[in-house]
Design a binder for this molecule. Structure first.
Ligand code: 13P
Length: 255
């Protein structure tokens, strides 16, 4: 638990990596290396094709298997899309929403996210909502403006009593895949701001809301960033492809 009683969450986002054939071995190795006692919640966010294999391999453990996107409707004429109901049906328990790579390459909008986040909650999925500023926005002093817009828009239709069930991942775009991790104090300040935005809706929810940091988290830098008061865990990209690295980061979140 963090000093405020929030259970840390460390989630590995494989992005477009991983095959069905290697998923079971990855999950088994991760479970061997994890202290699966519930102190730190651990998740793997895998491509759609690997979800069933990950769910099967994680059965009987606390490891949460999450998707990396979903459609906001349950069913409909949306060729190529996957709904929250479809994910829940196969045992998926979480979903990454609004990752900057989807915003950049797949036209993901804050408008769609305003429907996706409540749809995920309704389906019983843990939504991991990604927000974060670009390098240009940071340099122009626009970080808070960008975060305010993203957070308020995406959470607009979430009922106040369900706000604390959302996880927000602060991922400054300039820190993703660059090896350029945010300074721990800067990340903490941005994450305190995100918490305060939720606090404008509900102080109680803000106190329970988990905010993760994402962007070049590695075993070597995890402890320092995870020690910050507003950092409740990490969303890990590249380093999560090695189960040993993800397990080490999860260990750093125990405190
Ligand atoms: P990296 O850890 O590879 O920088 O990626 C972060 C990320 O985008 C996680 O969602």
């Amino acid at each position: 638990m963090t000093p405020d009683g929030r259970r840390p969450l460390v989630a590995g986002n494989w992005k477009m990596h991983g095959r069905v054939g290697t998923t079971s071995a990855y999950v088994q190795r991760l479970l061997e290396l994890l202290d699966d006692d519930g102190t730190v919640e651990t998740a793997v966010c895998v491509p759609f094709t690997a979800l069933a294999a990950a769910v099967e391999a994680a059965r009987g453990s606390r490891l949460l298997v999450a998707a990396q996107n979903m459609h906001q409707e349950d069913d409909g004429a949306y060729t190529g899309e996957i709904s929250s109901a479809m994910l829940a049906e196969i045992g998926v328990r979480g979903v990454v929403l609004g990752h900057s790579e989807r915003r950049l390459h797949a036209g993901e909008t804050d408008r769609a996210l305003a429907d996706k986040v409540p749809a995920a909650l309704t389906a019983g999925l843990l939504p991991i909502l990604c927000v974060g500023e670009s390098e240009e926005e940071r340099d122009a002093g626009e970080t808070q403006r960008r975060l305010r817009y993203q957070v308020q828009e995406a959470l607009e239709k979430v009922p106040t009593e369900r706000l604390a069930g959302v996880v927000v991942a602060y991922e400054p775009i300039w820190a993703i895949g660059t090896g350029q991790v945010a300074a721990p104090e800067d990340a903490d300040e941005a994450m305190a701001f995100i918490r305060a935005l939720v606090g404008d809706r509900s102080k109680e929810a803000a106190g329970r809301l988990r905010v993760l940091y994402g962007g070049s988290v590695k075993p070597e830098n995890a402890a320092e960033i995870l020690a910050q008061p507003n950092v409740d865990g990490a969303l890990v990209g590249g380093a999560s492809l090695d189960p040993a690295s993800l397990a080490e980061i999860a260990r750093a979140a125990r405190r």
